[in-house]
Design a protein around this ligand. Structure first.
Ligand code: KIV
Length: 269
Protein backbone atom coordinates (compact mmCIF):
# COMPACT_ATOMS: atom_id res chain seq x y z
CA UNK A 1 0.00 0.00 0.00
CA UNK A 2 1.39 3.40 -0.96
CA UNK A 3 1.84 5.91 1.86
CA UNK A 4 2.65 8.83 -0.43
CA UNK A 5 0.01 11.50 -0.85
CA UNK A 6 -1.01 11.79 -4.51
CA UNK A 7 0.37 14.84 -6.29
CA UNK A 8 -2.51 17.12 -7.18
CA UNK A 9 -2.56 19.60 -9.98
CA UNK A 10 -2.98 23.27 -9.27
CA UNK A 11 -6.61 24.19 -9.86
CA UNK A 12 -8.25 27.22 -11.42
CA UNK A 13 -9.67 28.43 -8.04
CA UNK A 14 -6.19 28.07 -6.50
CA UNK A 15 -4.67 30.29 -9.20
CA UNK A 16 -7.49 32.80 -8.79
CA UNK A 17 -7.00 32.84 -5.01
CA UNK A 18 -3.40 33.97 -5.48
CA UNK A 19 -4.56 37.51 -6.29
CA UNK A 20 -2.43 39.93 -4.29
CA UNK A 21 -0.48 37.09 -2.62
CA UNK A 22 2.75 35.28 -3.48
CA UNK A 23 3.71 36.02 -7.10
CA UNK A 24 2.39 33.47 -9.59
CA UNK A 25 5.17 31.68 -11.49
CA UNK A 26 4.49 30.57 -15.04
CA UNK A 27 6.25 29.73 -18.29
CA UNK A 28 5.23 28.44 -21.66
CA UNK A 29 6.14 24.91 -22.66
CA UNK A 30 5.52 22.87 -25.79
CA UNK A 31 7.35 19.64 -25.15
CA UNK A 32 6.82 16.81 -22.64
CA UNK A 33 10.37 16.67 -21.26
CA UNK A 34 10.95 20.39 -20.82
CA UNK A 35 7.44 20.66 -19.35
CA UNK A 36 8.44 18.06 -16.72
CA UNK A 37 11.26 20.39 -15.61
CA UNK A 38 9.09 23.52 -15.65
CA UNK A 39 6.41 21.59 -13.72
CA UNK A 40 8.63 21.57 -10.61
CA UNK A 41 8.51 25.36 -10.35
CA UNK A 42 5.46 26.74 -12.18
CA UNK A 43 1.95 27.32 -10.85
CA UNK A 44 0.65 27.08 -14.38
CA UNK A 45 2.16 26.23 -17.76
CA UNK A 46 0.86 27.88 -20.90
CA UNK A 47 0.86 26.00 -24.19
CA UNK A 48 0.86 29.30 -26.04
CA UNK A 49 0.34 29.88 -29.73
CA UNK A 50 3.84 31.42 -29.76
CA UNK A 51 4.78 27.80 -30.44
CA UNK A 52 4.14 28.63 -34.09
CA UNK A 53 7.07 31.04 -33.96
CA UNK A 54 9.45 29.40 -31.49
CA UNK A 55 8.94 25.76 -32.52
CA UNK A 56 7.76 25.89 -36.11
CA UNK A 57 9.57 28.91 -37.56
CA UNK A 58 6.42 30.90 -38.42
CA UNK A 59 6.80 34.68 -38.48
CA UNK A 60 3.61 35.31 -36.48
CA UNK A 61 0.99 33.35 -34.53
CA UNK A 62 -1.72 33.95 -37.15
CA UNK A 63 -1.16 30.68 -39.03
CA UNK A 64 -1.20 28.34 -36.03
CA UNK A 65 -3.84 25.61 -36.51
CA UNK A 66 -6.02 24.19 -33.73
CA UNK A 67 -4.66 20.66 -34.23
CA UNK A 68 -1.10 21.84 -33.58
CA UNK A 69 -2.18 23.40 -30.27
CA UNK A 70 -3.88 20.13 -29.35
CA UNK A 71 -0.83 18.03 -30.25
CA UNK A 72 1.54 20.16 -28.12
CA UNK A 73 -1.08 20.46 -25.37
CA UNK A 74 -1.25 16.67 -25.07
CA UNK A 75 2.54 16.39 -24.85
CA UNK A 76 2.68 18.96 -22.04
CA UNK A 77 -0.16 17.35 -20.08
CA UNK A 78 1.61 13.98 -20.40
CA UNK A 79 4.89 15.43 -19.14
CA UNK A 80 3.47 17.14 -16.05
CA UNK A 81 1.76 16.39 -12.73
CA UNK A 82 1.53 19.59 -10.67
CA UNK A 83 0.97 22.71 -12.72
CA UNK A 84 -2.35 23.82 -14.17
CA UNK A 85 -2.06 23.49 -17.96
CA UNK A 86 -3.60 26.28 -20.00
CA UNK A 87 -3.86 25.96 -23.80
CA UNK A 88 -4.15 28.97 -26.13
CA UNK A 89 -7.04 29.19 -28.57
CA UNK A 90 -5.42 30.06 -31.90
CA UNK A 91 -6.49 32.87 -34.23
CA UNK A 92 -9.75 32.18 -36.06
CA UNK A 93 -11.06 29.53 -33.66
CA UNK A 94 -13.10 31.69 -31.24
CA UNK A 95 -13.66 35.29 -32.40
CA UNK A 96 -16.68 34.71 -34.66
CA UNK A 97 -19.22 33.67 -32.03
CA UNK A 98 -19.57 32.25 -28.51
CA UNK A 99 -20.85 28.99 -30.07
CA UNK A 100 -17.76 28.61 -32.22
CA UNK A 101 -15.55 29.39 -29.22
CA UNK A 102 -17.35 26.78 -27.11
CA UNK A 103 -17.01 24.09 -29.77
CA UNK A 104 -13.27 24.65 -30.16
CA UNK A 105 -12.52 25.19 -26.47
CA UNK A 106 -14.38 21.96 -25.63
CA UNK A 107 -12.35 20.13 -28.29
CA UNK A 108 -9.10 21.45 -26.78
CA UNK A 109 -10.13 20.43 -23.27
CA UNK A 110 -11.37 16.96 -24.29
CA UNK A 111 -8.41 16.11 -26.51
CA UNK A 112 -5.60 17.49 -24.31
CA UNK A 113 -7.06 17.09 -20.79
CA UNK A 114 -5.78 20.62 -20.03
CA UNK A 115 -7.40 22.62 -17.21
CA UNK A 116 -8.22 25.90 -18.96
CA UNK A 117 -7.98 27.81 -22.23
CA UNK A 118 -6.65 31.29 -22.99
CA UNK A 119 -7.96 33.72 -25.58
CA UNK A 120 -6.97 37.22 -26.63
CA UNK A 121 -9.14 40.32 -26.43
CA UNK A 122 -10.76 42.56 -23.82
CA UNK A 123 -14.29 44.00 -23.75
CA UNK A 124 -15.07 42.63 -27.22
CA UNK A 125 -14.55 39.04 -25.92
CA UNK A 126 -16.53 39.50 -22.68
CA UNK A 127 -19.72 37.87 -24.01
CA UNK A 128 -17.73 34.84 -25.20
CA UNK A 129 -15.82 34.53 -21.91
CA UNK A 130 -19.14 34.60 -20.02
CA UNK A 131 -20.61 31.97 -22.39
CA UNK A 132 -17.63 29.63 -21.91
CA UNK A 133 -17.30 29.96 -18.13
CA UNK A 134 -21.06 29.42 -17.67
CA UNK A 135 -20.61 26.14 -19.55
CA UNK A 136 -17.66 24.77 -17.58
CA UNK A 137 -14.68 26.12 -19.50
CA UNK A 138 -12.24 28.17 -17.39
CA UNK A 139 -10.85 31.10 -19.36
CA UNK A 140 -7.64 33.05 -18.95
CA UNK A 141 -7.91 36.36 -20.80
CA UNK A 142 -5.08 38.25 -22.54
CA UNK A 143 -5.04 42.03 -23.06
CA UNK A 144 -2.61 44.84 -23.87
CA UNK A 145 -0.37 43.76 -26.72
CA UNK A 146 -2.33 40.91 -28.28
CA UNK A 147 -0.12 39.25 -30.93
CA UNK A 148 -3.06 37.77 -32.89
CA UNK A 149 -4.14 41.39 -33.61
CA UNK A 150 -0.63 42.56 -34.55
CA UNK A 151 -1.77 43.51 -38.06
CA UNK A 152 -4.42 45.84 -36.64
CA UNK A 153 -2.00 47.20 -34.03
CA UNK A 154 0.71 47.85 -36.64
CA UNK A 155 3.18 45.37 -35.16
CA UNK A 156 4.36 44.23 -31.74
CA UNK A 157 4.20 47.62 -30.00
CA UNK A 158 4.24 48.51 -26.31
CA UNK A 159 0.77 49.62 -25.29
CA UNK A 160 -0.16 52.55 -23.05
CA UNK A 161 2.68 54.94 -23.88
CA UNK A 162 -0.02 57.57 -24.35
CA UNK A 163 -1.92 58.05 -21.07
CA UNK A 164 -5.12 58.79 -22.99
CA UNK A 165 -5.30 55.10 -24.00
CA UNK A 166 -5.19 53.79 -20.43
CA UNK A 167 -8.94 53.96 -19.81
CA UNK A 168 -9.64 51.57 -22.72
CA UNK A 169 -7.12 49.00 -21.43
CA UNK A 170 -8.49 49.23 -17.88
CA UNK A 171 -12.00 48.85 -19.28
CA UNK A 172 -10.84 45.69 -21.12
CA UNK A 173 -9.45 44.24 -17.89
CA UNK A 174 -12.60 44.96 -15.89
CA UNK A 175 -14.83 43.59 -18.68
CA UNK A 176 -13.04 40.21 -18.87
CA UNK A 177 -12.89 39.91 -15.07
CA UNK A 178 -16.61 40.68 -14.77
CA UNK A 179 -17.31 38.14 -17.53
CA UNK A 180 -15.74 35.38 -15.43
CA UNK A 181 -12.09 35.08 -16.55
CA UNK A 182 -10.07 33.54 -13.69
CA UNK A 183 -6.87 35.41 -14.54
CA UNK A 184 -5.53 37.83 -17.07
CA UNK A 185 -2.32 37.97 -19.11
CA UNK A 186 -1.22 41.58 -19.50
CA UNK A 187 1.32 41.82 -22.31
CA UNK A 188 3.57 44.69 -23.36
CA UNK A 189 2.13 47.59 -21.39
CA UNK A 190 3.96 50.40 -19.56
CA UNK A 191 4.48 49.90 -15.83
CA UNK A 192 2.02 52.49 -14.47
CA UNK A 193 -0.74 51.02 -16.65
CA UNK A 194 0.08 47.47 -15.46
CA UNK A 195 -0.17 48.80 -11.91
CA UNK A 196 -3.59 50.37 -12.55
CA UNK A 197 -4.94 47.26 -14.33
CA UNK A 198 -3.77 45.05 -11.44
CA UNK A 199 -5.49 47.34 -8.93
CA UNK A 200 -8.71 47.48 -10.99
CA UNK A 201 -9.48 43.74 -11.07
CA UNK A 202 -9.98 41.07 -8.44
CA UNK A 203 -8.35 38.34 -10.56
CA UNK A 204 -4.58 37.84 -10.83
CA UNK A 205 -2.74 39.65 -13.60
CA UNK A 206 0.14 37.78 -15.26
CA UNK A 207 2.68 40.11 -16.83
CA UNK A 208 4.86 39.58 -19.87
CA UNK A 209 6.88 42.66 -20.72
CA UNK A 210 4.55 44.49 -18.35
CA UNK A 211 6.74 45.08 -15.25
CA UNK A 212 6.73 43.55 -11.78
CA UNK A 213 3.49 45.35 -10.89
CA UNK A 214 1.47 42.28 -11.96
CA UNK A 215 0.41 39.43 -9.66
CA UNK A 216 2.62 36.99 -11.55
CA UNK A 217 4.94 36.65 -14.53
CA UNK A 218 5.18 34.52 -17.64
CA UNK A 219 7.95 34.17 -20.23
CA UNK A 220 8.28 32.08 -23.35
CA UNK A 221 10.60 29.24 -22.28
CA UNK A 222 12.69 29.19 -25.46
CA UNK A 223 13.23 32.96 -25.16
CA UNK A 224 14.51 32.86 -21.58
CA UNK A 225 16.68 29.82 -22.36
CA UNK A 226 18.48 31.67 -25.15
CA UNK A 227 17.24 29.25 -27.77
CA UNK A 228 15.83 31.84 -30.14
CA UNK A 229 18.06 33.93 -32.36
CA UNK A 230 15.82 36.96 -31.70
CA UNK A 231 14.01 37.77 -28.47
CA UNK A 232 12.04 40.86 -27.39
CA UNK A 233 14.14 43.48 -25.56
CA UNK A 234 12.41 42.99 -22.20
CA UNK A 235 13.34 39.28 -21.99
CA UNK A 236 16.11 38.40 -19.57
CA UNK A 237 18.03 35.35 -20.77
CA UNK A 238 18.45 32.90 -17.90
CA UNK A 239 20.23 30.40 -20.13
CA UNK A 240 22.32 30.25 -23.29
CA UNK A 241 21.19 26.99 -24.85
CA UNK A 242 21.58 28.05 -28.50
CA UNK A 243 25.40 28.19 -28.35
CA UNK A 244 25.48 25.11 -26.05
CA UNK A 245 23.53 23.06 -28.62
CA UNK A 246 25.74 24.31 -31.41
CA UNK A 247 28.88 23.28 -29.49
CA UNK A 248 27.47 19.79 -28.91
CA UNK A 249 26.48 19.37 -32.57
CA UNK A 250 29.90 20.62 -33.73
CA UNK A 251 31.70 18.18 -31.36
CA UNK A 252 29.59 15.29 -32.65
CA UNK A 253 30.20 16.28 -36.30
CA UNK A 254 33.95 16.45 -35.64
CA UNK A 255 34.02 12.97 -34.05
CA UNK A 256 32.09 11.46 -36.95
CA UNK A 257 34.35 13.19 -39.49
CA UNK A 258 37.60 12.16 -37.79
CA UNK A 259 36.34 8.63 -37.01
CA UNK A 260 36.83 9.23 -33.27
CA UNK A 261 33.13 8.60 -32.71
CA UNK A 262 32.72 6.33 -29.61
CA UNK A 263 32.90 2.63 -30.45
CA UNK A 264 32.11 -0.59 -28.57
CA UNK A 265 30.62 0.96 -25.41
CA UNK A 266 28.13 2.94 -27.41
CA UNK A 267 26.70 0.18 -29.58
CA UNK A 268 22.96 -0.34 -29.27
CA UNK A 269 22.28 -3.74 -27.71
O1 KIV B 1 1.57 32.38 -26.86
C1 KIV B 1 2.21 32.83 -25.90
O2 KIV B 1 3.38 32.50 -25.66
C2 KIV B 1 1.54 33.79 -25.03
C3 KIV B 1 2.38 34.47 -24.02
C4 KIV B 1 3.04 35.63 -24.70
C5 KIV B 1 1.60 34.91 -22.84
O3 KIV B 1 0.39 34.04 -25.20
Amino acid sequence: MSTQAPIRRMTVPQIRAKKGGEPIISLTSYHAHTAAIVDKYADFILVGDSLGMVMHGMDSTIGVPLDLMIMHGRAVVRGTKRALIVVDMPFGTYEESPNMAFRNAAKIMKETACGAVKLEGGARMAETIHFLTERGIPVMAHIGLTPQSSHVMGGFKTQGRDEETWAAHINDAVAVADAGAFSLVVEGVVEPLADKITAAVDIPTIGIGASAKCDGQILVLEDMLGLNPWVPKFVKKYGDLGPAIERAVADYAEEVKTRTFPGEDHVYR
